[in-house]
Design a protein around this ligand. Structure first.
Ligand code: CP
Ligand code: NVA
Length: 318
């Protein structure tokens, strides 16, 4: 028997109204980091099958600030690294902890984890999505520009990666006009594009692919970029430099955006590749606020999911 369990595996797992509720809570936590301890006597496992700095630190600090116990697990040195199945791992974790966050490879791996979990599961990055990052991005956009609906956001770079997909889906969920500008061969997954367009249809947002980077940034309020080589793609045999050069976020490209435009990057940045020093260190950059907001947004998300879930613990022998 299971109760209602809310997972956050991709950006559209929150409705548009729920997204705003989470962002409002994130703003509250930003104003007062230790306002409440709703995770008192609860534990959260955070598993990493890929590297991390921000996600690991922000989850660990955030769970502690909420009164909970964070348990950080390096998947590569756990039994997951010796081929215990993700489903069996998940069944065991549900007996110990109150929520699980995981950074892993294919989305089907987190789907499998969630399918056997009786506690909320959070996507801390997969090959396909990075929805925690986009929560922080939306919080940053709203605090800098004062609004979300109707904002034009242009993502430049690898249109097939997790950030591109999550910005399309999460941006559409918030009513943004999302433009993705990427070289041929690096365009978004067609099904995710369709899902994002469907969500945009509900919120008044839009999602467009615009190959020409200058046209794509023209008049935009927010420019976003990300590494041209995501974790796991280091040896995929593709040229991940040449085709991307016209998509570098530099002062010349930024000049085509709105004069008050802000620039985001989830970090880590590869300075001189997808973004130049003059931009990331310049007045339009909001990347350090964006990184900070990971803490506030994830705290809000965790509390939202735990409070809206009703896990039924399996009785002994069940
Ligand atoms: N942006 C982000 O997820 O950073 P980490 O890889 O350092 O966690
Ligand atoms: N697209 C990047 C994001 C890193 C936070 C990657 O997956 O490596």
């Amino acid at each position: 028997m299971t109760g209602t369990i809310r997972h956050y595996l991709r950006d559209d797992d929150l409705s548009p109204a729920e997204l705003i509720e989470v962002l409002d809570l994130a703003d509250l936590y930003k104003r007062n980091r230790t306002a409440a301890r709703p995770l008192e006597r609860k534990s959260v496992a955070v598993l990493f099958e890929k590297n991390s700095t921000r996600t690991r630190l922000s989850f660990e600090v955030g769970i502690s600030q909420l009164g909970g116990q964070p348990i950080i697990v390096d998947g590569r040195t756990s039994q997951l690294g010796r081929e215990e199945t993700i489903e069996d791992t998940s069944r065991v974790l549900s007996r110990y902890v109150d929520a699980v966050a995981i950074r892993t490879f294919a989305q089907r791996r987190i789907d499998a984890l969630a399918s056997t979990s009786s506690v909320p599961v959070i996507n801390a990055l997969t090959d396909e999505f990075h929805p925690c990052q986009v929560l922080a991005d939306l919080q940053t956009i709203r605090e800098r520009l004062g609004r979300l609906a109707g904002v034009t956001l242009t993502y430049l770079g690898d249109g097939a990666n997790n950030m591109a997909h999550s910005l399309m889906l999460g941006g559409a969920n918030a009513g943004l006009h999302v433009r993705v500008s990427s070289p041929e061969g690096f365009v978004p997954d067609p099904q995710i594009l369709l899902d994002a367009k469907t969500r945009a249809g509900l919120t008044g947002g839009s999602v467009e692919l615009i190959t020409d980077p200058v046209a794509a940034v023209s008049g935009a309020d927010v420019l976003v970029t990300d590494t041209w080589t995501s974790m796991g793609q280091e040896n995929d045999g593709l040229d991940r430099v040449g085709p991307f050069r016209p998509y570098q976020v530099n002062a010349g490209l930024l000049a085509h955006a709105d004069s008050g435009a802000i620039v985001l990057h989830c970090l880590p940045a590869h300075r001189g590749w997808e973004i130049t020093d003059e931009v990331i260190d310049g007045p339009a950059s909001a990347v350090w606020d964006e990184a900070e907001n990971r803490l506030h947004a994830q705290k809000a998300l965790l509390v939202y999911l735990v409070e809206h879930s009703d896990p039924v613990h399996v009785p002994a022998g069940g």
